[in-house]
Write a new protein. Sequence first.
Length: 234
Amino acid sequence: MLPASAPLRLRALRIEGRRSVEQIVDAYGIECRAVRDLLVEYFTERAPELDHVSLHSIARHLCRSFWRDLEIHHPGIDSLRLMPEVVKAWKERLAFIRDAQGQPVRPRVNFRSELVFVRAFYEDIARWAADDPARWAPWVAPCPIKANEYATKKSRSGVKSQMDQRTRTQLPLLPALLRAVDRQRRTPWPASLRLARRRPVDGSSLLGRSSSAAGPGRPAASTSPRCPPAGGGI
């Protein structure tokens, strides 16, 4: 049922080759052609200093979490100069992980990290415009992310507080865990497991020989473990 050009194995379908910058950006379905071309130029400019995985990660943040989200909720948007109400609504959506229906499920842990990528995007364009105004100056716009919004000190403090609280909650359970482990360690093994554990490895089977194939004058291989001599030698 598959055409002759189909790969011979399914594994080939799961291997993603190195894609071009245009293919990476186009995968997110950005509608505004001008912004799509801007993002292609932006990632092309940054590509020499990034590995392919990092390039994919930044593209996911800027193309999907930022601009494509704006296009979905604000159709026809075509400028990086965003109105305050648009920025506020976007940040409120970004602050939560949402289900397929768009309903908030839980707060986004890396919310501030998402803001860092957007602020870097605006700052890079403003800095490059000083060297190449014909190329970048038309896109210079006020950054929608303030400096105090992406500071991670408060976020790290909150994460540490949650970890400390989890430790305080679970620490009283440690004695019960130790007792359970010690009780299991002292419980005798079933006879079948003890026999399997003590059964020696038959070296002749590893060599592909049978212990019954001993020639004349040769003792048959013993199936019991050897004991060291009484003198303590090996």
